[in-house]
Write a protein of this length. Structure first.
Length: 96
């Protein structure tokens, strides 16, 4: 996935490569990861994540994602705060 050069995402860290963009998208689509976690890992503000998602997803997929995020944001915030840190950051090891 390549982000067009005209994209005006404001990076708080160096621009992301394709693997990192994929990671941001995966985290943003997850109901278990908050914008704060994405910011701590990749340095992207919520607005930058939304802009990246708008460029990466089909228009209908982006609208559905935004609706889900805005509709269930408060409920997910309570749920996410109850999750262990390893689950929220995706930093766990498979014990199998």
């Amino acid at each position: 996935m390549v982000i067009p050069k005209k994209t005006a995402i404001k990076w708080t860290v160096s621009p992301l490569d394709e693997v990192d963009v994929s990671g941001v998208i995966e985290m943003a689509l997850s109901d278990h990861i908050s914008f704060e976690t994405i910011k701590s890992v990749y340095g992207l503000t919520p607005d930058a994540v939304k802009q990246l998602m708008r460029k990466a997803l089909k228009p209908g997929s982006y609208r559905a994602w935004r609706k889900r995020v805005s509709t269930f944001g408060a409920q997910r915030a309570r749920y996410k705060s109850a999750l262990p840190l390893a689950v929220r950051t995706g930093d766990w090891e498979d014990s199998g």
